[in-house]
Design a protein around this ligand. Structure first.
Ligand SMILES: N[C@@H](CCC(=O)N[C@@H](CS)C(=O)NCC(=O)O)C(=O)O
Length: 213
């Protein structure tokens, strides 16, 4: 069987989600770092694999999968041992909605390429870019805190990690890099703390990845 290859970048939040999901499923994979600082994701060679020129991309079972949520969904169907998305329709919708608050409504607005565009192409100052970041992350995390609180346990939904926690942990890692205070989000902090105690989450942390030289 061909090896499973994750086209990865140690600091990428979207790739971090997929590393966590692979680890939770106990799937062995090879990480290939695509150096975003060197714009390797924009090379013709990489775009031939992923026309969007973004990480992550997962080579698995003869497929080239892109978009972290689609990859997580694939892994959940392919390896049903530790479900990341509940089977009950209403629970499923709730968990997917929480994951989407992060992956669709926070991350795309605060992604590095958006911040760089605001600064380099549109001429905003670093202070303005920082305000943009803080505005959108607080807007998203406030909504997520309110959504999660009634059904949260140790994790965002009950006492078992789901796809929502898989998205939360990288986003909070990113928020801390930008020094965003997180005290207003106790439910999110509890889920993050509990998740980071688990080896599948800890092993996916950027500090435990190979950093390109
Ligand atoms: N919606 C995509 C987002 C992927 C994405 O934005 N990846 C970033 C890293 S977190 C990237 O590759 N950026 C490279 C660039 O902006 O040129 C997903 O969930 O996979």
């Amino acid at each position: 069987m061909s090896p499973i290859i994750l086209h990865d970048y140690w600091r990428s939040s979207a790739a971090y989600r997929v590393r966590i999901a692979l680890n939770l499923k106990g799937v062995e994979y090879e990480s290939r770092q695509v150096d975003l600082r060197e714009d390797e994701q924009k090379s013709a060679e990489y775009r031939a694999l992923n026309p969007q020129g973004l990480v992550p991309m997962l080579e698995i079972d003869g497929n080239r999968l892109t978009q972290s949520l689609a990859i997580i969904n694939y892994l959940d169907l392919r390896y049903p041992n530790t479900p990341l998305i509940p089977a009950v329709a209403a629970e499923r919708a709730h968990v997917v909605a929480m994951a989407m608050v992060i992956a669709c409504d926070i991350h795309p607005l605060n992604n590095l390429r958006v911040l760089k565009y605001l600064k380099n192409e549109l001429g905003h100052s670093q202070d303005e870019v920082d305000l943009w970041y803080v505005h959108w992350i607080n807007e998203g995390l406030s909504a997520l805190e309110a959504m999660a609180e009634p059904k949260a346990g140790k994790f965002l939904f009950g006492d078992i990690p789901t796809g929502a926690d898989v998205c939360l942990v990288p986003q909070l890692y990113n928020a801390r890099r930008f020094n965003v205070p997180l005290d207003a989000y106790p439910t999110l902090l509890r889920a993050d703390e509990n998740a980071n105690k688990l080896e599948p989450f800890a092993a996916a942390h950027p500090d435990r990845q190979q950093v390109p030289a």
